[in-house]
Design a protein around this ligand. Structure first.
Ligand code: COA
Length: 161
């Protein structure tokens, strides 16, 4: 049976921190689906389609990674697709409480044997968040060290629109 794992988030945009988690998780399972959550109440920097296209581009070197989008309850998406693991990255202790709460809620909602699995973020990426990257880039700062080159290029294009 294929051991399928999921890594979900808003990925607006994908950062080097996300990519590090994706590369490590892809090595642990037969396949890893990177799923972009659609939040109808939130306008993003990139549209959902742009985020998916960007995520496909920056993970193209990892053969067992797929990119998808989903709307609604994460547990419904998990239950429908039979993932054995839901991977989360933990950056610092500040992430822990929220992650614990979500993992415990999801454990109630998962109908199969899906486990939430935490990977510790590589320390060089522990301060990165998508919001911080957007703020720095929109004020003219360089984020080239923090996101894949394709993301930096797409952000520059978006900001000059
Ligand atoms: N490297 C860099 N940044 C990271 C990171 C890493 N390894 N891990 C997390 N981050 C950042 C993200 O970029 C994001 O930054 P931002 O808030 O500035 O955009 C922040 O940390 C939070 O990331 P994450 O925890 O993945 O949240 P998210 O908003 O991207 O996604 C969902 C959260 C979509 C997975 C969650 O809200 C969800 O499951 N939604 C569906 C609805 C649902 O089922 N709700 C009930 C859940 S119990």
């Amino acid at each position: 049976m294929e051991r399928k794992a999921l890594y979900a988030g808003s990925f607006d945009p994908v950062t080097n921190g996300h990519l590090n988690i994706i590369e490590r998780a892809a090595g642990m399972y037969d396949s890893l689906t990177v799923a972009i959550a659609v939040n109808p109440h939130k306008t993003g920097f990139f549209t959902i389609d742009e985020r998916a296209e960007i995520a496909r581009k920056v993970t193209a070197h990892i053969p067992n990674v797929k990119v998808d989008t989903f709307e609604g309850l994460l547990a419904d998406y998990v239950n429908k697709n039979g993932f054995i693991a839901y991977v989360r990255g933990l950056r610092a202790t500040t992430d822990f409480e929220n992650e614990l709460q979500m993992a415990q809620m999801n454990a109630l909602l998962f109908t199969g044997d899906t486990e939430t699995v935490f990977l510790m973020t590589d320390p060089q990426y522990s301060f990165i968040s998508s919001s911080l990257i957007k703020e720095v880039a929109s004020l003219g700062g360089s984020v080239d060290e923090l996101v894949p080159p394709y993301v930096a290029q797409r952000m520059k294009e978006k900001l000059s629109e």
